[in-house]
Design a protein around this ligand. Sequence first.
Ligand SMILES: C[S@@+](CC[C@H](N)C(=O)[O-])C[C@H]1O[C@@H](n2cnc3c(N)ncnc32)[C@H](O)[C@@H]1O
Length: 345
Amino acid sequence: MLTVKVLLRDAEKVKQYLFEKKLFDNRFVLERDKEYIYFPIIKKFSHFVPKIFLSFQERRDKLKICQEHDLRKVLEKKLTKKELEHLKTAFDIVGDIAILEIDDQLVKKQKLIAKTVLILHSNIKTVVKKKGEHKGKLRIQEHIYLAGEKKFETIHKENGVLLKLDINKVYFSPRMASERKRIMEQVKKGETVLVMFSGIGPYCCVFGKNSLAKEVYGIELNKAGHKYAIENVQLNKLQNVMLLQGDVHNVVKKFVAEKKVFDRILMPLPKGAEDFLSDALAVAHKNTIIHFYDFLYEKDFDKALRKIEKSCKKAKKKYKILRLVKCGQHSPYVFRICVDFQLLG
Ligand SMILES: C[S@@+](CC[C@H](N)C(=O)[O-])C[C@H]1O[C@@H](n2cnc3c(N)ncnc32)[C@H](O)[C@@H]1O
């Protein structure tokens, strides 16, 4: 494969030049070492970028084929046409674990697919597949080992924090990173925040690390999730995060007894958060902002507003809806939404 070798400091200018002149070979992933970057190109060229030293280099077999769409390309020769129709090329990456969805029609080829993913992605050490859906109160999903290092524990990096977890023992979704960032950007200096259903602590750690919150509390029922959350708070050297293991209903009762209230309350339990709205209202003050999650069809989004209306009416609380945002997809046509609302007294 032909590449053009460039000093790292000149990489951006050369990249632009290659794109402009349509010389970049985007079937391949560029490579770099300590000093140089190697851009895959379709042919040699004579128009040197002014004042930049370039050299052409053959790097046979060294460049990796571009990811995702090329998983299909690499497997084209190894799977039948029918099998290729069932191939899902998109997958989640948690830490160094790739989580594939394998169609039933492809079970016999799952090891081959997993090994191909390992070859194409040097950052992936383990490949697993999802087994079924998130189940039960703890929302745990089972995964089956397919290739690479045989492990389910990893450390994921998100929004500047490290999150250790076992994908078979706890709930975690890397797809919620931008939603966590959205709320992180709203947290104001000195706020006391409550994260109900805190899992391994992604919201708590992201707020603890990136905001000026005074205190961030997390409540989680899953003992394994709580254990990882404690480890994650230590891993990120956070001083302002407090974690409590137990059922939100019970822990909130203790807060009520202590007259503890929060400036911001998160309810990231899209299946069933409405059952905990009265708990959130019990530890809210007159300006508290609540982030309420739900899974709904687009035509039913107002159902979330009705749930909030019903609970606030019962608790005799006034409120205003700040916004309703789509922050993910649960299944075809079913969205994960978040309603941000503020109490007014
Ligand atoms: C959808 S997950 C969200 C976890 C975490 N916030 C995250 O984003 O990764 C919901 C979490 O709520 C926990 N959970 C369910 N019911 C609970 C309850 N009654 N009290 C406390 N935690 C609960 C589950 O164990 C699970 O970890």
